[in-house]
Design a protein around this ligand. Sequence first.
Ligand SMILES: Nc1ncnc2c1ncn2[C@@H]1O[C@H](COP(=O)(O)OS(=O)(=O)O)[C@@H](OP(=O)(O)O)[C@H]1O
Ligand SMILES: Nc1ncnc2c1ncn2[C@@H]1O[C@H](COP(=O)(O)OP(=O)(O)O)[C@@H](O)[C@H]1O
Length: 506
Amino acid sequence: MTGAAADRPTFTPGPDAMAHLELILNGACPLTGFMTASETASVAKRGRLPDGTPWPVPVTLPVPDELVAAERVLLTDAEGAPLAELAVSERWWADGGHRLAGEVHFARPPVHGVYRSLRRAPVEVRGSREIGALAHRPMLAVLTDRPLHHRALHQVRAAVKEIGGGGPVEVLVLVDAPFDDEGAVPAVLAAEPLLPPRTRFSVLTLPRAGTTDGTALPAGRAEQLAAHVAARYGASHLLVNRDPDQPPAVITDDSPIPLVAAGEWAYDARTGAWRPAERISAGEARRELTPTEVEDMLGRGEALPAWFTSARVSAELARRRPARVRRGLTLFFTGLSGSGKSTVARGVADAVRRAGRTVTLLDGDVVRRMLSSGLTFSRADRDLNIRRIGYVAAEISRHGGVAVCAPIAPYAATRAEVRAMAEETGDFFLVHVATPLEVCEARDRKGLYAKARMGEIPEFTGISDPYEAPDDADLVIDTSDATEAESVAAVLRELRAGGWLPRMAG
Ligand SMILES: Nc1ncnc2c1ncn2[C@@H]1O[C@H](COP(=O)(O)OS(=O)(=O)O)[C@@H](OP(=O)(O)O)[C@H]1O
Ligand SMILES: Nc1ncnc2c1ncn2[C@@H]1O[C@H](COP(=O)(O)OP(=O)(O)O)[C@@H](O)[C@H]1O
């Protein structure tokens, strides 16, 4: 998003650049600004800045074309609050986009981000330790973006013992969470009583992209980034948990603090306790549940087993991911005009209501009157219309409701945005009403196709404007040869099978 002031435009960085900016502003990296092309190349190649300072990942600022000429740019959060001013020293180009490099000057303490009070800057954590004996105590950093179940808790306790040799060790849990979503934060905090006594928490957002083209960080670089950031927080060691199925990460000499490899722990079904895997007799070792297994159990409303995780963490996860019969759902119909979206959506909404759930029907016509009046059928306006629907649906979902949406939504990228938005607060289910154009046109309930054919309505979907058929639909229906009741029943069947409706309803 760009703003207008002539001499100093404003700009809200995207998620990765925002994470980069936060690293610069809070002192978690050795940089005072965004990298130049040569700094980026050096870091990508050698894991070091040109002056030899070790640093594992590019820290760059991609900007839209209209910002390229700017000398100074005011960087703001998503709500427009100023965060910092960039004094541009270099403009460069990578992977199809412009980048700006230059010093960043702090404007105002950031207030954005979920759990802001827990987003402690490294200096705050270090400062609170630089007195007396604390300064010399080892501090083990644990970076996580997921809840700590029994396995992880055992690994932390074992590493504390290994580092401290019986003496006191502090633990710093760094929770990597997105800015605009609580992520795993509450579930991680729920494990506090089960962690060693001297444990503190800090929330941060690490960049996910390892290169300028947005590809994910390779494993070795992700570990290095974690080690550098942890060291800035004052940690003396970093616990690293390598997936035994993955090839070992390349460890360079550049790690600022020692990496402590977490041992492999498993649940011993014979003794009923977690133990190092090598001490468990063959056939008795049970590995922890996978995230998919956890998600499935939560979806069915089942409590997570006590051998796997604590009741506290389990309760927190159940709060965030209630059983699907109570969880928010965005049921999104897409298809050509006249394909049957409104008719089927109405029938489904009634049945879902009868099943006892709270439903809001966001039908195309009503939305265009209430939320999107004044918008045209240009691509930009259609996208805006769909984003508005997605935003409202996600909020309905956040409160456990079912949002049934029935716009044409012709563009795949915009539907993907809505899916991402909706999945932050609940589930998303996409129904493609794939009735062929000929059938829709023959129905021509509102006489619009005839007008479009005569050129009286420009940009008419399917005639003179595109419709990108989804390849990610959860259900495809064609209403050409079905009755309305049959089409409605097809959708309800899927909702029941997925667990969003009690089995007998409808
Ligand atoms: N140019 C053009 N193209 C497509 N549709 C048009 C157009 N102009 C008006 N209409 C009528 O508007 C309804 C589609 O609005 P939507 O909000 O669902 O469209 S979009 O998702 O924003 O593309 C659509 O209603 P449905 O028949 O319910 O789909 C049309 O009746
Ligand atoms: N199986 C079916 N499901 C939905 N609509 C059907 C079906 N069979 C015929 N129709 C008719 O097709 C038309 C679909 O219109 P509508 O639901 O407004 O479509 P859209 O919202 O996609 O523009 C209605 O006149 C409806 O009666």
